[in-house]
Design a protein around this ligand. Structure first.
Ligand code: MSP
Length: 664
């Protein structure tokens, strides 16, 4: 991996008819780990993700929400982009299939294939699965006429269609995969695809007349390009098309990461299209398994869809990244349980890596006032010290090989073997017994050795847990960012300048399981009371973006009814009033900038809604204790506001009842 071959890694592009779930997060995090690892290895790396925005699914979802398809896409795409930011994803590009740069290339592909005779016009009749956007071959359909994949009813359809001569590529595909047994991984998927190809390939319908929301077929606008052909082309359109410089650099090093359900599109249809276009098939398509949740299939109707935003908010991006990749072998299915997640945080993160860092820094601070013993002490390493060094250096190679095979869980296991060895080394060397002034400098050697282990651990864990790696790096007293350290500088003893360590915040505070269980039960109850629904972003026309919040977030707001008793003008502040309020159980004063909208007379006696538990703020030297609620509008002719009020006879805020409870 150290030689610069180039590395191009892609996620599937995600449908924007729904919100991101852990399945999406899983693939994207896995790709991010590889991208970070290859970049650190010094390779010219490119990481692409994006969204699949055409097709029936999107058109139907938009209709249901009373929006145009592009409005839906523009809204939902933000959920993905925001999630990737929150999860520390370092994609170099984000492609949307509604972008002009993509549409041009998709049409150019179609036209080239037509010109070459690989796409021809015919007519198609068959059983079509609308959700899967695919015709299902008769052989796979039972008497109940349902889709073998999603189990939903099929529709009989007949339409004029363009076809891609997939059948022509059967032999070429078999030959290609026989020559490149690693081009489909894991092995079970390779076998599955090979037997599918050998079973015979039929030409593929690649246009639709029944649908509007798609890319028009060049020269025949009654048809739109089949959404899967449109989507697959993204991997090349994002590189500027087959003739682009980026394509020349990266296409020969293309790795596609996909879920097991979409392997055939990527390992049969896509390589055949590429062959027809005169392009190389991807180096590898890797199909990972699916997540179930506590043993059950994840589905909206079951209400068990794991929300990656929630996981990130509760446990942080790094712990989530770690858990997803550590919990199960990458090609296998995996089961998500929040308890298993929390347990891993406590054992692997708090206990193992967190402890090793803590103990190492604590001892350097205690015995050497934080000054790291100089690197030349390493020359006097004993066998015990050298063994740990050798293991550390070997871990780099092991992780390289494991990540080369996309075996994330094994790569992490190897790194944790090193961390375990570091903790054991402390127990064996018992630095606290070595004293401050031992003649052989054993204490210096031990402290430096431990520090070196942690330095390497920070470098090696960076691809998986970037923020944690950086925290470790800084606490070790190292400058700059761990992300900028390239392979050549990973070496043991590479730091020769003086270093002062600085123990900082605990990396992963232990989670008290008792408290956690109670908190989780309350969360589940709140969800049942008010099912979270999709985490969409409301985007009003003024362009502001709001994330959905939990009911618990809302409960934090203490909103009460207050009567305005008296209004005072604030001198030299054109917009401000002091509003003296009666809350029933107390009087208080808030400063409010509503002077241009209401006179004191209009305000006096009004019953308004006030956010009471807002931290005090100072305006023009006056302390304001709360904030009133008002609607605000700017229709282009000027700003207007309207106070949120309640009926005159409504009681002012009692101590116990807050207003939203009355409203519920
Ligand atoms: N738009 C197509 C991909 C086109 S790529 C040229 C698509 N999109 S998707 O949004 O439905 O799914 C994207 C990915 O999520 C797929 O790789 C799929 O396998 C994955 N997952 C969906 N549910 C999943 C789990 N429960 N677990 C793991 N991954 C899952 O398909």
């Amino acid at each position: 991996m150290a030689n610069d071959k180039g590395f191009y890694i892609t996620t599937p592009i995600y449908y924007v008819n729904d919100v991101p779930h852990i399945g999406h997060a899983y693939t994207t995090i896995a790709c991010d780990v590889l991208a970070r690892w290859h970049r650190a290895g010094g390779e010219t790396t490119r990481f692409l993700t994006g969204t699949d925005e055409h097709g029936q699914k999107i058109q139907t979802a938009a209709e249901k929400r009373g929006m145009t398809p592009i409005q839906l896409c523009d809204e939902v795409v933000q959920n993905f982009q925001r999630l990737w930011t929150q999860l520390g994803i370092t994609n170099d590009d984000f492609i949307r299939t509604t972008e002009e740069r993509h549409i041009k290339v998709a049409q150019a592909f179609f036209k080239t294939l037509m010109d070459k005779g690989d796409i021809y016009k015919g007519s198609y009749e068959g059983w079509y699965c609308v959700p899967c956007e695919t015709y299902v071959p008769e052989a796979q359909i039972g008497d109940d006429k349902t889709c073998p994949d999603c189990k939903r009813p099929l529709t009989r359809m007949s339409e004029e269609s363009y076809f891609f001569r997939l059948s022509n590529y059967q032999d070429a595909l078999i030959a290609h995969y026989e020559a490149h047994p690693d081009a489909i991984m894991p092995r079970a998927r390779y076998n599955e695809v090979m037997s599918f190809i050998k079973g015979g390939l039929q030409d593929l319908s690649v246009s639709r007349t029944t649908l509007k929301w798609g890319i028009p077929v060049p020269g025949d606008e009654r048809h739109v390009i089949y959404v899967w052909l449109d989507a697959l082309v993204n991997y090349v359109s994002a590189l500027g098309g087959p003739e682009g410089d980026l394509c020349k650099t990266y296409w020969p090093h293309a790795y596609h990461m996909v879920g097991k359900d979409i392997i055939r599109f990527h390992a049969v249809i896509w390589p055949a299209i590429l062959m027809a276009m005169g392009l190389e098939p991807p180096v590898r398509v890797f199909a990972h398994g699916w997540w179930t949740v506590e043993g059950d299939k994840m589905s909206k109707s079951k209400g068990n869809v794991v929300d990656p935003f929630e996981m990130e908010r509760l446990y942080g991006a790094d712990a989530f990244r770690y858990f997803l990749l550590r919990e199960a072998p990458f090609g296998n299915d995996a089961d998500f349980s929040e308890l298993a997640f929390v347990s891993r945080i406590n054992s692997d993160l708090a206990n193992d890596i967190g402890n090793l860092l803590n103990r190492t820094l604590q001892m350097i601070e205690k015995y050497r006032d934080g000054k790291l013993p100089a690197d030349d002490v390493l020359k006097n390493a004993s066998t015990l010290d050298a063994d740990l060094r050798d293991l550390a250096q070997k871990t780099i190679e092991t992780m390289d090989a494991e990540l080369g095979a996309f075996a994330f869980d094994n790569a992490l296991r190897s790194l944790w073997t090193l961390i375990g060895a570091g903790n054991k080394y402390i127990d064996e060397t018992q630095p606290w017994k070595l004293g401050k002034d031992d003649p052989d400098n054993r204490l210096d050697i031990v402290l430096r050795t431990l520090w070196e282990v942690m330095r390497l651990a920070s470098i090696l864990v960076h691809a998986f847990m970037p923020d944690t790696a950086q925290k470790i790096w800084a606490q070790l007293g190292l400058k700059d960012s761990v992300a900028s350290i390239r392979r050549g500088d990973w070496l043991w003893g590479a730091t020769t300048a003086p270093v002062t360590v600085k123990k900082g915040e605990v990396l992963f505070p232990r989670i008290d399981l008792g408290k956690w269980k109670a908190e989780k039960a309350a969360r589940d109850e709140a969800k049942q009371a008010a099912p979270a629904g999709p985490v969409t972003i409301a985007k009003p026309s003024d362009g502001r973006v709001f994330e959905q919040i939990e009911i618990d977030d809302f409960k934090k707001l203490e909103i009460r009814v207050a009567a305005i008793e008296r209004v005072e003008i604030v001198e030299k502040a054109k917009r401000l009033y002091k509003l003296h309020l009666d809350l029933g159980y107390e009087k208080r004063m808030i400063v409010s900038s509503i002077r241009e909208f209401y006179t004191p007379e209009e305000l006096t006696g009004k019953k308004i809604l006030v956010l009471c538990n807002l931290k005090p703020a100072i305006f023009r030297g006056i302390e304001s204790n709360g904030m009133l609620l008002a609607a605000e509008s700017d229709d282009g002719t000027g700003e207007i506001i309207s106070l949120a009020t309640v009926d005159d006879n409504f009681p002012v805020g009692s101590k116990r009842k807050v207003v939203w409870k009355y409203l519920n």
